[in-house]
Design a protein around this ligand. Structure first.
Ligand SMILES: [Zn+2]
Length: 315
């Protein structure tokens, strides 16, 4: 029987830990505030204590075999070291894998959060049965995982999939990354809010403007029939379609799964995205492209990490 494993989603604000059964179900889960300022040693001790609490909750009848953990990039997935992720400055250059292995006495694997969520969707969710798939996560930022012929593609230094900062508008607005017209400036939750606030004031949006609204609220306004909010989400859908079209033309991949909080916009995002793929990609290719909502939502990174943990065991 496959072993019980742990999947951990380490985020800027919270860390979620799931105990995953041999049948690949999240049998129990707990979360705590990441509080990165408390430093690396505190983090591994709190993870250890939380895993202990989960094991007390459910009698496994076996030892916990391995752990997979994902975190915001940039990170080195081979050595399992965090580099300088913007949202968790207290954990910069933390040797996450080595410290957790020393604390937990079990093998640990580390992966970028978007890539782990992509693995979850590929093996257990919307990508089930696909040969190749791109997973696009749209939330506070935009990230992606490319899985080609069953293998996660990392690129030379693990940075593959940064489509969010590929320019899709040469004359667009400045992105916080320093570039112009990045896909993220149309798609992320904060940019939905900025574009809506700017449209209300008939001014151009900018990355440093105060909005007083969230991306989720823009979605609610659109659902209630606010025409400016509807236009902002339709434009985000068109940007998503242009981005998917470019990826399909580059990779000849047909299956694109969209996750993250902005995926909750549903058809108001997906319908214009599918229409845009037909405008921005070759006909023969565009006809094959499918843009699908994710199936696992916030379970995806935990299940992807559990898959990595099993692989660490050769299971
Ligand atoms: Zn950018």
């Amino acid at each position: 029987m496959p072993p019980w494993v742990i999947g951990i989603d380490l985020g800027g604000t919270k860390t979620e830990i799931g105990l995953v059964s041999p049948e690949n179900e999240i049998a129990a889960r707990r979360r705590f505030a990441t509080e990165d300022w408390r430093g690396p040693q505190s983090l591994v001790e709190r993870i250890d204590a939380t895993i202990g609490a989960l094991q007390a909750e459910i009698s496994l009848g076996a030892d916990l075999a391995a752990v997979g953990i994902c975190a915001p990039g940039p990170l080195d997935h081979i050595t399992g070291t965090l580099l300088e992720p913007v949202n968790i400055p207290g954990l910069h250059h933390m040797p996450l894998q080595a410290m957790l292995e020393a604390q937990l006495h079990a093998p640990v694997r580390v992966e970028h959060d978007a890539k782990a969520a992509g693995l979850g969707e590929y093996y257990f969710g919307a990508g089930l049965g696909e040969r190749s798939m791109v997973y696009i996560i749209i939330g506070t930022g935009v990230g992606a995982a490319i899985i080609m012929d069953g293998r996660l593609y990392h690129g030379l230094r693990g940075a593959a999939g940064e489509f969010g900062h590929a320019t899709i508008d040469l004359h667009g607005v400045q992105c916080h990354c320093g570039s112009i017209g990045c896909a993220e400036t149309f798609l992320s939750g904060p940019w939905l809010a900025r574009r809506y606030a700017a449209a209300c004031q008939s001014i151009a949006p900018s990355w440093d403007m105060e909005t007083g609204i969230t991306g989720a609220q823009v979605n609610e306004l659109a659902a209630a029939g606010d025409p400016l909010a509807e236009a902002v989400i339709a434009q985000a859908g068109e940007a998503l379609g242009a981005m998917v079209g470019a990826q399909a033309m580059t990779l000849d991949i047909e299956c694109f799964v969209v996750g993250g909080s902005v995926a909750h916009c549903g058809d108001s995002l997906f319908i214009p995205a599918r229409a845009a793929v037909k405008r921005y990609a070759f006909d023969a290719l565009a006809r094959r492209v499918r843009i699908l909502p994710n199936a696992l939502d916030t379970d995806a990174p935990i299940l992807g990490c559990a898959w990595l943990a099993r692989r660490a065991l050769g299971a």
